[in-house]
Design a protein around this ligand. Sequence first.
Ligand code: RB5
Length: 148
Amino acid sequence: MKVALASDHGGVNLRKEIANLLDELGIEYQDFGCECESSVDYPDYALPVAKKVADGEFDRGILICGTGIGMCITANKVKGIRCALVHDTFSAKATRQHNDSNILAMGERVIGPGLARDIAEIWLKGEYEGGRHANRIGKITEYEKTHL
Ligand code: RB5
């Protein structure tokens, strides 16, 4: 699995924690910044990661900002992206099983690093169940084909 990782200035510390986690898990990843002391605009980091995941260059993405919300909203504008904003372990597991989410968004100002690491690990290891969920995701994909 190859993971694309990025944050804005509000998520730099948590992004470093998640990079450490990926190292510990032996998961290949590329860090797309930011290397920011001052403030940046989250779409400048969410869009490149979302496009790389949508194009198949990376299997998954992890995006972090202050709340995770801006990253999540932006990533979901890209066709083929199912980005889940997750701040609990139950949702981390469920969104892989049910939504086959391909990007995880988290907010550094919302949760601590311990919980964020647990969420990321569960999400990275979680498997899509298919079955009844495939029909639902198919409806999203169909909408994207005809409207976007
Ligand atoms: C930056 O101050 C903050 O707005 C950003 O990190 C994020 O929370 C946006 O959704």
